[in-house]
Design a protein around this ligand. Structure first.
Ligand SMILES: *Cc1c(COP(=O)(O)O)cnc(C)c1O
Length: 452
């Protein structure tokens, strides 16, 4: 073992991965294909070209190449913040009194404070290379919008971002960040698209959801020349780009002389979870390793633990292809929890298939437990985590406390997907005792699924 008190493990610039890992190539049961909603025919990459960059469309449906080269230009920008540190959480271990070895991968050190930039740079790059001039997208808490706004600027593109209205109001500084990077930001639902108008006519005080914002952004992409739509989560190519996290972590864990028994990520659409998990899951699939993988989702938006595996739309208006996924139904309107990035009705198709095949697990966490975990982490490790990341921390604490009971020295790795310094209004409300737990009854879930 290396120096056994080492706190942080970093890679040199030439050790930054040169390829992303495409788990679809190694999956025994491949994800079922996305379907054209009108004909119910499986989609081919060409069918996605009107909305997405062509290279991203090919990556989305690539079932054969396990390794996809990271373009040189993207790697140049990865160097601005990668490698991100792998950190041994001695402080948290001590606070919990656990024999477990807890590690976290700190994606919060990126220029915009979360993992989202790993895919934003790739998506903006491919759009630019294909002659696109404008890109549009949705954002919840604003992490993805901020990442895309920065990436668009770096590669010389105009960005238009639809931000979920509740988050636009709760997180004004994320809007400022997007605007600082030169993006145009609109709260969703808005009157600027047909989809937005329809939603507001039916529900005038609709708070917005990722589903409404996606509908608006896709509509803008369809009706604007030379404009492509980009997505910050859920899709397989987004998770592909995020595997840079787990590939680095694999090398860094080796530097620490350890290998994880459990890998944990918070779960919105699956990109940071898949990003840290898939490179390790590869060894489960190919070499029979027995690492457990746990996705931590909010109890108020429990698509993995309580949703149904079905073909569903990715957006509220039904503009996207039909995707085979665990879903709460595309009309599901999540409660106004502060983890804006986790308020999405469905799960990515890869993760959905892996969960169906029992290659991973999922847990749901209540809002108050997430902030309690976040405060303990801040006090013991000195980093204030994003409300989304608090879900992964809460799940990690639960596993570490089980180790305390059993006396097992398990190695737990979780992804710190982002910092919470722009989310302090949410912490204020938690500290003032104003936050509540939102739980859904089985009936509410069934009703939402049946609305499909
Ligand atoms: C967007 C976001 C998430 C959730 O998205 P995934 O695609 O599931 O990773 C989690 N954490 C942070 C900080 C985010 O910005």
């Amino acid at each position: 073992m290396a120096n056994n008190k080492q706190k942080r493990f970093l890679l040199t610039e030439d050790e930054i991965p040169t390829h992303w890992y495409n788990i679809q190539a190694d999956m025994v049961n491949k994800p079922m294909p996305p379907l054209n909603p009108a004909t119910k025919e499986p989609l081919k990459p060409e069918d996605l070209y009107p909305i997405f960059s062509e290279e991203l469309s090919r990556q989305e449906l690539n079932m054969t190449d396990a390794w996809i080269e990271i373009p040189e230009e993207v790697r140049e920008y990865y160097k601005y913040y990668r490698s991100t540190p792998l950190v041994r959480a001695y402080g948290l271990e001590k606070a919990l009194g656990t024999p477990a070895h807890i590690y976290f991968k700190n994606e919060s050190v990126s220029p915009i404070g979360s993992h989202k930039i790993n895919s934003a740079l790739a998506q903006a790059y491919y759009c630019k290379k294909e002659g696109v001039t404008n890109i549009t997208t949705e954002t919840g808490a604003g992490q993805w919008g901020a990442a895309l706004s920065y990436a668009a600027k770096v590669f010389g593109l105009e960005a238009a971002v639809y931000q979920v209205k509740i988050s636009y109001e709760q997180k004004p500084y994320r809007r400022s960040i997007m605007q600082t990077f030169g993006a145009q930001v609109t709260p969703s639902p808005s009157m600027s698209t047909r989809a937005g108008k329809d939603i507001l006519t039916k529900t005038p005080n609709h708070q917005g959801s990722l589903g409404t914002a996606i509908s608006e952004a896709i509509e803008l992409a369809r009706t604007t020349p030379n404009c492509k739509y980009t997505l910050g989560s859920v899709l397989s190519h987004v998770t592909l780009h995020q595997t840079v996290i787990g590939l680095e972590a694999e090398k860094q864990m080796a530097m620490a002389g350890e290998y994880p028994d459990i890998v944990i990520g918070c779960f919105g659409g699956g990109s940071n979870f898949g990003g840290i998990a898939f490179p390790f899951m590869r060894h489960n699939i190919l070499e029979g390793k027995k690492t457990r993988f746990i996705a931590a989702e909010p109890a108020s938006c429990p698509k993995l633990t309580k949703g149904k595996f079905m073909y569903d739309f990715g957006d509220e208006a039904g503009y996207t292809p039909l995707l085979p996924m665990f879903s709460l139904g595309h009309k599901f309107a999540p409660a106004n929890i502060h983890a804006g990035g986790l308020r999405y009705h469905g799960a990515g198709v890869i993760v959905s298939q892996l969960l169906k095949d029992n290659l991973m697990e999922a847990v749901d966490i209540k809002q108050l437990d997430t902030f309690k975990a976040g405060c303990l982490f801040a006090q013991s490790e000195g980093i204030i985590p994003a409300p989304e990341s608090c879900h992964a921390i809460a799940a990690t604490i639960n596993e570490a406390l089980k180790c305390k009971e059993s006396g097992e020295e398990k190695v737990i790795l979780f992804n710190l997907s982002g910092h919470g310094l722009i989310d302090m209004a949410s912490y204020d409300q938690y500290l003032a005792g104003n936050l509540v737990n939102y739980e859904l009854s089985d009936e509410e879930i069934t009703q939402s699924i049946e609305k499909n």
